[in-house]
Design a protein around this ligand. Structure first.
Ligand SMILES: CSCCC(=O)C(=O)COP(=O)(O)O
Ligand SMILES: [Mg+2]
Length: 251
């Protein structure tokens, strides 16, 4: 059992609360299959218009047009945007407009019951235990805030949103950048040393640690393997049951 004392727990989703395979084998294919219809239905809305403009402004769009020999300024149609979105999903790029669009597309899947959020069995109990101990719980994921709320609102193990008091996505900055964690601590109104960040990605833990956070790395089944050096540099646990986190008392 690894012991921590903190006031806030900030947790990642994919590879930490939720399996990587749920994201890669369920959420991403759903987005690939349903983006075209979503774009057709909402093409004239301001929100879709804004997302499409942001997508086409990405440097990746130029690279994509070169790869598929398309002329960039001939490209403002549903099929091209859909094909570009599929290309970005295949590359698993954590880009703001892509993540925003995915959240909107997944909403239908959750509404129809085609999607149910996956969380590991130890997650609901840990969320309950931590919040009952007086700790605050927040999420930081590359998935949009809307996508986070959909996933935790409708997991296979029930609605976990009542435990969560903050959501952060890439609008706070990218997950491997120290400044993002500074921004989040500021938004939470807490000294970084009182925040414990849980993730599966060493570079994210490194960025959080540089910002003054406590960190622990989750080694869930299917996560990327950790090196011996990672294991000596960071606390590594296989699940949330292995973490004993108590509330830091204010002096
Ligand atoms: C909100 S769940 C969607 C997961 C997702 O799109 C993603 O990119 C996961 O990244 P994370 O930062 O949670 O590892
Ligand atoms: Mg992750």
């Amino acid at each position: 059992m690894t012991e921590f004392t903190a006031k806030i727990i900030l947790t990642d989703i994919e590879g930490t609360t939720t399996s990587i395979s749920f994201v890669k084998d369920k959420l991403f294919p759903y987005a690939k299959e349903n983006t075209k219809d979503y774009l057709k239905e909402t093409w004239l809305s301001n929100e879709t218009n804004e997302i499409v403009r942001e997508l086409l402004d990405l440097p990746e769009f130029e690279a994509y047009t070169k790869e598929v020999s398309k002329v960039a300024n001939e490209s403002l149609d549903v099929s091209t945007v859909d094909a570009f979105v599929k290309y970005l999903i295949d590359k698993d790029l954590k880009l703001g407009p892509l993540k925003r669009l995915q959240g909107l597309v997944w909403e239908k899947g959750y509404e129809s019951g085609d999607l149910k959020g996956h969380v590991y069995p130890d997650v609901p109990e840990a969320f309950k235990r931590w919040t009952e101990a007086g700790l605050r719980l927040a999420i930081y994921s590359s998935g949009s805030i809307k996508a986070q709320q959909l996933l935790f609102g409708q997991t296979e193990l029930g609605n976990l949103l009542p435990y969560i008091s903050g959501h952060f996505d890439t609008t706070s900055g990218h997950k491997q950048e120290q400044q993002s964690y500074v921004n989040i601590a500021k938004a939470l109104g807490e000294d970084p040393c009182n925040i414990l960040f849980l993730t599966d990605v060493v570079k994210e833990a490194e960025a959080a640690r540089k910002a003054g956070y406590q960190t622990a790395i989750l080694a869930r089944p299917g996560n990327a393997p950790l090196t011996d050096d990672d294991k000596t540099q960071y606390t590594v646990v296989s699940d949330f049951e292995s973490l004993a986190i108590s509330l830091k008392q204010t002096t």
